[in-house]
Ligand binder design. Structure first.
Ligand code: HEC
Ligand code: HEC
Length: 490
């Protein structure tokens, strides 16, 4: 009974895995598989984030400007700024990715380094994800609701009003201010979910020792880090820190001397300038007058291949143009005047002396930072009965699940039976978020190893795929896995 149930679970598991579409399959909706894994608070946040009734007039949600198909940034890649809910309204800042924003530290002044660090928005004007989430609903250039009461009234009438009460209590929608805080909390919890923070880029797998970069990507990485070359890592750190994967931003602020974007000036008037951090800290005791004008927060470069155009005003349309700019800002007349020349960084960029090939190499490296990289490695069994499992999730009730690479061979003593011994067991340094289609998993609690899909190549070259299940056994004090079930995929 027990085993039959498990097998059924395994087959059902299998089918759902096969039908899973990837979060980043170029779709504006999230896959059911991903949404199913959210906690109730995150799931409520998901509903709010995608609810187009929460604008005035209706029609715009957070996801209208932060679309999963473009790594939660503006989906119209030709547009430097996003349109508001009200026709004719338009913002002044290039909508950034909301991915990995959960890692931005609260805005603060670091007196040791004499630098402003962290904060939400490109000028750091809000400290936390929660504080950030309260703004777009009421911003006239965005969702344009007249006040909080208006937003809460819409939520009272939403299909998920009951979920809201389930998470925050029966009276959660009674008091406007308290309810508005809950809205922000739910949205922020969704933004902290694995959907926004997957760490599944080729570069993550490279750091985990699971894939190699191409020669060009490898050269690009070297140029990105070398102080006498790109020196990009000085502001966009590329190596793990305290065993945490790199976020490609140190959350500081800089004025890169980016030119104004004529498209924005046409809308906002020829003398429009965004002072950036300068505006946020104009009354801050540690701020020197004017020194922070034109500074913007260092962007994460994760998923930047999907978030064109670039910089706070979207003035550059491709990654190549961005790297060309860093390379030749000070020596090529094609670059227009900086938007704000005073305080522009002249030490770390402007004349990097990179060749065209080197610029292309850096761009190739940046492309390895997109999430959703598919590792095309199958579980296999070969003709000598060696089972190779590139990834196995090992999980148990009270332990953090981990990913291993495993090899098993049929025991010599038991050629005729179905006993296998483990001949390789290597822990891979991957986060728990790692998802691979049809990934085998082993439960420490039941001692059962499930393999949703394992491929065998026969002598005649034909391939079959099986569902298989093994059970742990100890024979002569040796750990053995006994094949308990297998079935060919039709
Ligand atoms: C009309 C387009 C639009 C809508 C709608 C919108 N945003 Fe944004 N979002 C932006 C822009 C533009 C910025 C950058 C603004 C700035 O820095 O001044 C931004 C910034 C952010 C950031 C900060 C990222 C960072 O690196 O600092 C987060 C997080 C975010 N938005 C989440 C949301 C959430 C949650 C909602 C819904 C409640 C939402 N946005 C609705 C356009 C939009
Ligand atoms: C002195 C710090 C610094 C250095 C060095 C630096 N960057 Fe940046 N980078 C920034 C800042 C600040 C921004 C945001 C500027 C803005 O929005 O105006 C940025 C933005 C970017 C963006 C645009 C991201 C987006 O979504 O709009 C890319 C791409 C980028 N940098 C790549 C690089 C590369 C490649 C290098 C090395 C050749 C590099 N950076 C070196 C500070 C730096």
């Amino acid at each position: 009974m027990h085993i039959r149930l498990l097998i059924r679970r395994s087959i059902i598991g299998c089918i759902t895995v096969l039908f899973t579409t990837h979060v980043f399959a170029g779709d504006s909706k999230l896959s059911t598989e991903h949404v199913r894994k959210l906690s109730i608070e995150q799931s409520l946040g998901h509903k709010i984030f995608f609810d187009t009734n929460l604008s005035n007039p209706v029609g715009q949600s957070c996801a209208s400007c932060h679309d999963p198909k473009t790594a939660f940034s503006e989906p119209d890649l030709d547009s430097p700024v996003s349109s508001g809910a009200e026709i004719g309204k338009i913002g002044t800042i290039n909508t950034p990715t909301a991915m990995y924003a959960a890692f931005i530290p609260a805005f603060h002044f670091n007196s040791e380094e004499g630098l402003f660090i962290g904060g939400q928005f490109l000028d750091g004007r809000e400290s936390t994800l929660e504080a950030q989430a309260k703004q777009p609903f009421l911003n006239p250039d965005e969702m344009n609701n007249p006040d909080k009461a208006n937003v809460i009234e819409k939520i009272r009438n939403a299909t998920y009003a009951d979920d809201f009460k389930l998470v925050f209590g029966q009276d959660a929608l009674d008091d406007i201010d308290a309810a508005y805080n809950h809205v922000a909390a739910a949205v922020a919890s969704f933004e902290r979910s694995v959907i926004f923070n997957p760490f599944t880029s080729k570069y993550d797998y490279y750091l985990a020792g699971m894939v190699e970069l191409s020669e060009q990507e490898e050269r690009g990485l070297h140029l990105f880090e070398a102080e006498d070359k790109g020196n990009c890592a000085a502001c966009h750190p590329s190596q793990p820190l305290d065993e945490k994967p790199p976020l490609f931003t140190d959350f500081t602020y800089d004025n890169l001397g980016v030119p104004a974007n004529q498209k924005i000036l046409e809308i906002k008037g020829a003398d429009f300038v965004d002072m950036g951090l300068g505006k946020t800290v104009k009354d801050h005791p540690n701020a020197e007058a004017g020194a922070n004008n034109g500074k913007f927060k260092v962007s994460t470069l994760r998923n930047s291949a999907k978030t064109a155009p670039y910089m706070h005003n979207g003035v550059f349309t491709s990654l190549k143009e961005v790297v060309d700019f860093y390379n030749t800002r000070d020596v090529d007349p094609r670059w227009a005047e900086p938007e704000i020349a005073a305080g522009m960084n002249t030490e770390e960029l402007g004349d990097l002396k990179l060749s065209d090939q080197e610029v292309d190499d850096i761009v190739a490296f940046l492309r390895t930072l997109s999430d959703g990289y598919e590792l095309d490695e199958w579980a296999t069994i070969d003709q000598r009965n060696i089972i190779n499992l590139p990834y196995v999730r090992i999980e148990g009730q009270n332990v953090v699940s981990r990913i291993y690479s495993v090899q098993m061979e049929k025991t010599a003593a038991a050629q005729a039976s179905s006993q296998y011994q483990v001949t390789r067991l290597k822990e891979l340094s991957l986060t728990d978020n790692f998802q691979q289609s049809d990934m085998p998993y082993y439960s420490l609690d039941t001692g059962i190893l499930e393999i949703p899909a394992i491929r065998k190549t026969h002598e005649n070259g034909k391939q079959s795929t099986y569902v298989a299940q093994f059970k742990k056994a100890f024979i002569n004090e040796q750990l053995i896995f006994e094949l308990s079930y297998y079935k060919e995929w039709q």
